[in-house]
Write a protein that binds this ligand. Sequence first.
Ligand SMILES: [Fe+2]
Length: 142
Amino acid sequence: MKEIEWTDDLSVGVGLIDEQHKMLIKRLNDLKLSLTEQQGPAQIASTMNFLVEYTDFHFSTEEKHMEANEYPTFEAHKKMHDGFKQTLSGLEEDFEEEGATQGLADSIDTLLVNWLINHIQKVDVEFGKFLMSKGIELPEEG
Ligand SMILES: [Fe+2]
């Protein structure tokens, strides 16, 4: 599995969100690595848990700023986040039931990685544009 790299074409133009996306990608890469290296169930479970926790934290950050700034498509955006969280918990269940299968590794690439890249480039970018058009700057600490 190839590592995902954060490059400028993933920038949404907002420092706080870009930094969190970098961390999210790192945690996704850590999970991919723990699977390819077959690091053992405890290690895989822990990288998965790190990813789940950071995903929740990051989505909450985005949603908090969307709500606070009356972002028009907040509800739709939040639904997408909820869908991703559901997918992620489904994969967690698969792992608990079947262990680190090739199918799980493939699903991480197709369901998580593809979703995230697409979401950042098509959906989060719009929020970034909205903030910039209103001249809103987000605090660095979230
Ligand atoms: Fe988002």
